[in-house]
Design a protein around this ligand. Structure first.
Ligand code: ATP
Length: 352
């Protein structure tokens, strides 16, 4: 299947004497797919989006949409010729225009009747017809974001770019708006690239995601794979809580300060392992003998639907997550066992 968007070896630097902000970036987005670029502040997400939109020129590489080169060594299509819709963090609605006029803004080339029909169609899609005469300041943040989306999809662009679209909303509104907008994009069969620094948002909003660090993508995959099979310490750590543990691997097992663990993939020699808190279980110990790996619970955080524990073993703390009814209390002596193989995120001697 041919991708709708191809980013091939894109590099962007803002000054000759400074390192690139985006370096040798490669990824693809397929028709109807929602792709998230996830990474910490300053890693180059917005710059990548601006390169796709045509607001920045790349120093090297190529950007193609639907087989057409938008950006390349000798090509730079201006933003207005790219047929791409953009939804910004701050909605960017025109304050003096009402909802219908805002949505109609990109449809000036259509005859009035067709334009009015299209405005009503997209307002229905985002459930905002009842608000069509209101000005932006008379809407909630979530409603403004739906109007911003309606405005960007009204001209039926090939691709929608969303830059931190939910970060201005409070927690409750963020959740519901995210669900609504995902449903909407899917119903409309739109392809989208969303940038976010919020790992939960990327995991539940995107079909696939690319995890960025320092201008590079460290891993691309579906949310489950990137979460459960991180390939680097950065990806493991950035996508939720994890325990990074040194080990000595031989095949599919490794010796660690917590005892012997199953690992994946197989490895040999010194390794760094990632094990998620929900993949560790605590086994109460009677505290006698020199049992390797016995530790003490030093923190118990009850959160209603689950519990987070901190267990001190030797000089280190490990995080364990249990279901809502774990009775173990601070001070209990425990050992830790893994219910899933620990994931190798770094190894000194790659297997042949
Ligand atoms: P955030 O989540 O904080 O928006 P980001 O991952 O989107 O961060 P970018 O906005 O792409 O990051 O910025 C990446 C780096 O490029 C930052 O160090 C930023 O200061 C720098 N940068 C961005 N735009 C310019 C510019 N026009 N001139 C010089 N440096 C810039």
């Amino acid at each position: 299947m041919q991708p709708l968007l191809s980013i091939r070896n894109i590099t962007k630097r803002f000054a000759r004497n400074l390192p690139p902000v985006v370096e040798d970036l490669c990824f693809e987005v397929y028709a109807g797919e929602i792709f998230a670029l996830l990474g910490p502040s300053g890693c180059g997400k917005t710059t990548t989006l601006r390169l796709i939109a045509g607001f920045e020129r790349a120093n090297a590489g190529e950007i193609c949409v639907d087989g057409q080169c938008f950006e390349g060594a000798r090509t730079h299509l201006p933003p207005e010729a790219r047929d791409i819709g953009i939804v910004f963090q701050e909605y960017a609605l025109f304050p003096h225009l009402n909802v219908s006029q805002n949505v109609a803004f990109g449809l000036k080339k259509l005859p009035t009747k067709l334009r009015d029909e299209r405005v009503m169609t997209v307002l229905e899609m985002v459930s905002m017809t009842a608000f069509k005469d209101r000005k932006p300041h008379e809407l909630s943040g979530g409603q403004q974001q739906r109007v911003a989306l309606a405005r960007s999809i009204a001209p039926s662009p090939k691709l929608i770019l969303l830059d931190e679209p939910f970060s201005n909303l409070d927690a409750g509104m963020r959740h519901s708006t995210r669900e609504e907008i995902r449903t909407l994009l899917k119903e409309a069969g739109m392809s989208a690239v969303v940038v976010t620094h919020d790992q939960e948002e990327a995991l539940c909003f995107a079909d696939r995601l690319g995890v960025m660090s320092d201008g590079r993508i460290e891993q691309i995959g579906i949310p489950e794979t990137v979460y459960h099979r991180p390939q680097t310490p950065f990806v493991a750590d950035f996508l939720g809580a994890t325990n990074l543990i040194d080990g000595e691997a031989e095949g599919n097992c490794a010796e660690t300060p917590l005892g012997k663990f199953q690992i994946a993939p197989s490895a040999r020699g010194k390794v760094l392992l990632s094990i998620r808190p929900e993949h560790l279980v605590m086994v109460q110990s009677n505290g006698t003998g020199q049992n390797n790996g016995v530790g003490e619970i030093v923190m118990r955080d009850f959160k209603g639907h689950d519990l987070t524990y901190r267990v001190r073993i030797g000089t280190r703390n490990y995080v364990v997550q249990t279901d809502y009814c774990c009775p173990l209390q601070v001070g209990a002596q425990v050992t830790l066992q893994a219910v899933e193989p620990a994931v190798v995120v770094k190894q000194e001697e790659p297997l042949p």
